[in-house]
Design a protein around this ligand. Structure first.
Ligand SMILES: C[S@@+](CC[C@H](N)C(=O)[O-])C[C@H]1O[C@@H](n2cnc3c(N)ncnc32)[C@H](O)[C@@H]1O
Length: 214
């Protein structure tokens, strides 16, 4: 783990840390036992060696499902060191090779590009144009030339706040447009999460491939 034991001193990091420290992961409104994006992430991978990053991973169980399916190179990035510590504890030995990085996506840069970028319920917290531009700059710097992405955000019928913070909402069309400079949307759908989820809010999920350079 790169720095999950080091507290993130930014106020937003503290905000998220307090949330993860106050509640059981299963009691969080966004908890999913069976991630609705899992099949799209699996479909986006070319092999079990693909480098997968889950950004704003929180304490999501996506990593558990990927490891069980044999994916070997998984990195988790989140502002909250507490969320990553919860995942580390839950995974135990299964997660020994998982890289966990406590960082702000808006200025984080990886050392090596990723084949697959996954984000569920984090991009929608980029509520200002500046934050969205910073997130996209990180995505551009992080994704391999032929990289793929799966991004899930609140649909335009979703809430306007989550975890006490404002969120941006999207239709399938506006999500595709938001990333169209860098990514081509190959598939999208609007879903309520699975029966295994406590999160009944509507999401838009997009699957993308990186556009070739001009
Ligand atoms: C609603 S939770 C979703 C967590 C997880 N993806 C899931 O589906 O269970 C949003 C997550 O984004 C993280 N987050 C918010 N802003 C972030 C930022 N700028 N950089 C990194 N992580 C961030 C929060 O700490 C939180 O864990």
């Amino acid at each position: 783990m790169a720095s999950a034991n080091q507290p993130d001193l930014s106020s937003e990091g503290s905000h998220w840390d307090e949330i993860y420290q106050a509640r059981l992961v299963e009691a969080l409104s966004w908890f999913e036992a069976q991630p609705a994006t899992l099949q799209l992430v699996v479909a986006a991978c070319n092999s079990a060696e693909d480098r997968i990053v889950d950004v704003g991973a929180g304490a999501s169980t996506l990593v558990d499902h990927l490891l069980i399916r044999g994916y070997k190179v998984v990195t988790l990035v989140d502002l909250s060191a507490s969320a990553l510590a919860a995942t580390k504890e839950r995974l135990g030995r299964l997660g020994a090779a998982v890289e966990m990085i406590a960082a702000d996506l808006r200025n984080w840069r990886p050392t090596k590009p990723f084949d697959v970028w996954h984000d569920r319920a984090t991009f929608h917290f980029m509520a200002s144009p500046d934050d969205r531009a910073s997130y996209k700059a990180t995505l551009k710097a992080s994704l391999a030339k032929d990289g793929r992405a799966v991004i899930a955000v609140f649909s335009d019928e979703g809430p306007d706040h989550c975890a006490g913070l404002p969120v941006a909402r999207y239709s399938e069309q506006s999500l595709a447009k938001e990333f169209s400079e860098l990514l081509h949307c190959t598939y999208s759908k609007t879903v309520r999460p699975t029966d295994d989820s406590t999160d009944s809010r509507p999401y838009v999920i997009g699957a993308f491939v990186r556009r070739p350079p001009n």
